[in-house]
Design a protein around this ligand. Sequence first.
Ligand SMILES: C[S@@+](CC[C@H](N)C(=O)[O-])C[C@H]1O[C@@H](n2cnc3c(N)ncnc32)[C@H](O)[C@@H]1O
Ligand SMILES: [Zn+2]
Length: 398
Amino acid sequence: MNTPVIGEGAIQVRVPLPDDSANFPPSSTAVFYNPEMELNRDITVAAISGFIARTGVEPASISYADVMSASGIRGIRMAKEVGLKCHLNDWNQDAYELMRENIKLNGLEESCTPSNQNANTLMHQEQFDIVDLDPFGSPAPFLDAAARSARRLLCITATDTAPLCGAHLKSGIRKYAAVPLNTEYHREMGARILLGATARELARRDKGMNVLLTHVTRHYVRVYLEIIRGVSRADSTMEKLGFIAHCFHCGFRSWEYGLTPESTPKPRSASLSVCPNCGKSLKFAGPLWLGTIQEQDFCSMVLDELKHRKSGKCKDAVKIIEFCKDEIDIPTYYDQHWLCKQNKISAGPIDELVEVLTSAGFNASRTHFAGTGFKTDADLDNINKLLHQLDVQRKNHR
Ligand SMILES: C[S@@+](CC[C@H](N)C(=O)[O-])C[C@H]1O[C@@H](n2cnc3c(N)ncnc32)[C@H](O)[C@@H]1O
Ligand SMILES: [Zn+2]
């Protein structure tokens, strides 16, 4: 094992790398370091910088805690590139030593405080304006303390996508006290299960949340939540929880706000057990977050920051956030290939489908969740009709 100095963003850090291999599992080294997460960190720098510009507060008076810092790379970038007062913590002794060395290497002893304790203890003891949760796997064991500690912004990474998305159903139910379903929009399902669980933790502390940005990239979910104190905001946040009814046979889906089947004035799908489209039985996911997951103005600010900063993974990051910004506000997306397979027709370019839906008077967009995915307020009947029309047009053009 050697610890070379590498550059990322505007900083240099010593990181652990195995002697002989370029491809190594990040958890195999004494201190965790994952070069693949540079994209995640580039977006974090841009998002937090945009968030602070919006508050109008001097960055040096904003406290940021990366409560699971490993080498310290994320927090050190926040101190150097955004100018925040940073707290770096890890319960691993080797990580603690390395982060201290890295703080020194960047001359940031004034703005970075290292610590070596359990993240939950730290978050129960201290409040920070911004809390960043970046665990191995599930953030579930840390949500309670994070909800207590975060004053203005809570950023969460979750790499336990199988439980969140419904692929490991029982594990998802245990961790998030919600039922996920492994649908063709499972990536969005995972994000909404995480957001629902976080909203409940915040509400217990009389806090509400605005979801500013959500992205699911490769193997992880990442969310940025603006925290708003007060019981009325906590109540309105809880009102954004609900259930999704899904038909695995035809792809029909519908959603209901509320935590009980009777809690909405006019229950539609929640009172149904059969699909109104094909008559097969419906399955239910939830409780999960049905509110907005992308704030357009916030995404524009993140894009400006990314373009201006031009950090290492800027191009990829811009692509993701542009998709996020343009996504319409609907809790699920369809997969064109899945629908075409059901209809026994061939799929065309996704942009063409979105254009046809829009020309027919529906709201529609692509989605960052999947290259073959699209969001629309058109019902399944209309979507299928338009898919058939496009298929006929393509055949006539051959
Ligand atoms: C995914 S890594 C963090 C990566 C880092 N934030 C980055 O951007 O490179 C997770 C870290 O959490 C630490 N950790 C796990 N459980 C912890 C706990 N309960 N308290 C404090 N640190 C913990 C591990 O030692 C590991 O270094
Ligand atoms: Zn159906």
